[in-house]
Design a protein around this ligand. Sequence first.
Ligand SMILES: NC(=O)c1ccc[n+]([C@@H]2O[C@H](COP(=O)([O-])OP(=O)(O)OC[C@H]3O[C@@H](n4cnc5c(N)ncnc54)[C@H](OP(=O)(O)O)[C@@H]3O)[C@@H](O)[C@H]2O)c1
Length: 344
Amino acid sequence: MAVVPPATTREILLSAPPDGLPGPEHFTITRKPVPVPGPGQVVVRNRYFLVFPGLRTLIGGQADGVPLPRIHVGDALFGPAVGEVVAAGPGGPLRPGDTVIHLLGWREHALVAAADCAVLDDVLPDPVAHLSSGSAAYGALTRLAGVRPGDTVFVTGAAGAVGTLAGPVARLLGAGRVIGSTRSPEKAERLRAELGYDAVVVPGSGPIDGQLATAAPDGVDVVLDNVGGETLAAAVRAARRGARCALVGALSGQLSPARDGGSAPAEIDTFRLVNQGISLSGYRGADHPEVTAEWHGRFGDWLRSGEITFPQVRIPGMDDAPRALQELFEGRHFGTVVVELPPS
Ligand SMILES: NC(=O)c1ccc[n+]([C@@H]2O[C@H](COP(=O)([O-])OP(=O)(O)OC[C@H]3O[C@@H](n4cnc5c(N)ncnc54)[C@H](OP(=O)(O)O)[C@@H]3O)[C@@H](O)[C@H]2O)c1
């Protein structure tokens, strides 16, 4: 029996300008007719979409060079999503039944140009793994930091989507000692017990320099930084001669209620960079377009062999998506956070 598509569909809009971090009160779930695809377009029934900190920057930020459009009041939220093509307009390569990834999450049905969708292959064993931010961790560790056998690697923001993969990936790339940071003692314990971090520093539970000196008595060779601010400054103070610091994110500024989400100042001793030959460089996925396919190949192999796990939290249903974003900002989750929608 043919499945009758619904007449209406829901999406999540920014409905009020936040002063500080956005919360559920700044979002509205609205209903509208299911779109009809035109030439070269498809309608995708979303099954999973990513909850990610970059939304704070897109909603409130003034950041230069962010490769995605800002979100204004009245706009639907968006972000990486995986779903099934349920209708295809004439002239495109996609057909109903294709499973695709695209950038119009935060809605049940997305009207997308077929050219903006990528069909999922079976390189990864789980479609949700395509929503992982692990390619940023892998790209930063291989393209910028060049992890060498025996290196001591410090991953800041280790309990998030990037960090929960960065530590295990650094180990698989040959790191000898892997240290993380999180503001949560409970997550610190999970990083050690579940993901094999050798030590975890907890900013806020005591001076970070002392914690780093204990965790890495000989200093660190590589920093994969998701946090910026004082945590990055401390990482530079702990860096050995020739250390490579790959900057992936800046959560300390991005998720600060007192800032606009688009900047993350840090006071770094630049004389130390000079004298110790320490490098600091920023990672943008767009600058390394070949990384995604390479990462998928290795991630798929590591997942199938059991050498790596993919920590994730699945929040069921659209209604709880705004709360999931707030919980991400509050640091309530561990690993990648996705909203899971029913198949029809
Ligand atoms: N360059 C790229 O290509 C690329 C790709 C993906 C992501 N990113 C960026 O990388 C960073 C990490 O992304 P993610 O998805 O892994 O984020 P995430 O860690 O999942 O973000 C949520 C976490 O941020 C931490 N946090 C919240 N407020 C904070 C604050 N004021 N100071 C410090 N930490 C705070 C909390 O961790 P704790 O509770 O554990 O402290 C929370 O669990 C983000 O800045 C993101 O935009 C960059």
